[in-house]
Design a protein around this ligand. Structure first.
Ligand code: DQA
Length: 148
C-alpha cells in the first residue's frame, strides 16, 4: 500500500511552534519516522506539507489520480473552517484519516468543530505524533479486509 501523509498550515514549524502543545520533534523527524515505519510495515509512505489551502486540495486530487491507497491528514486550522478541503475529501474515493497532535476538544471552542470529520474515515486527536503512527497502523491492519 502507498500512503500519503499530508500536513497543513504551520506544521512546518513543529518543534519550534508552541512546544508545550505540539512537542519538540520537528516535521522532518516525523516524516523520517513515518517513512521508516512504513518500510518496516511494507508500506510506502510519501510526505507533503503546505501552508496553502489550494496546494493541499491539489495534493488530495493528485493522490486519487495516482492511486494512493490512504491519506493521513492533519489539516491544521483548516480543519475548523475549510469547506473547500472538506469538498476535496468528499470528492475522492481514497480514504482519509484525520489526525490532530493536540486534543482539540479540550482547547478553544473554535477547535471543537471539524468540517472534515464527516467526510473522513476516522479521527485521532490528542495522542501527539503517535497519532500519525496509529493511523498508518490502521491502514496496514485493514489491508486484508479491503482486498477480500
Ligand atoms: C492541530 C489542531 C488545530 O486546531 C491547529 O490549528 C493546528 C494543529 C493539531 O494537530 O493539534 O494547526 O491540527
Amino acid at each position: 500500500k502507498k500512503i500519503l501523509m499530508l500536513n497543513g498550515p504551520n506544521l512546518n514549524r513543529l518543534g519550534k511552534r508552541e512546544p508545550g502543545i505540539y512537542g519538540v520533534r520537528t516535521l522532518k523527524d516525523l516524516e523520517e519516522r513515518m517513512i521508516q515505519l512504513g518500510t518496516e510495515m511494507q508500506m510506502e509512505v510519501v510526505c507533503f506539507q503546505s501552508n496553502h489551502e489550494g496546494e493541499l486540495i491539489d495534493k488530495l486530487h493528485e493522490a486519487e489520480d495516482t492511486g494512493i491507497d490512504g491519506i493521513i491528514f492533519n489539516p491544521g486550522a483548516f480543519t475548523h473552517y475549510s469547506y473547500a478541503i472538506r469538498d476535496a475529501i468528499a470528492g475522492i474515493a481514497c480514504p482519509v484519516i484525520e489526525v490532530h497532535i493536540s486534543n482539540v476538544y479540550k482547547r478553544e471552542e473554535f477547535r471543537h468543530k471539524s468540517v472534515v470529520a464527516p467526510v473522513s474515515k476516522g479521527q485521532i486527536a490528542g495522542l501527539g505524533l503517535l497519532g500519525y503512527e496509529l493511523a498508518l497502523d490502521a491502514f496496514k491492519r485493514e489491508e486484508g479486509k479491503e482486498e477480500e
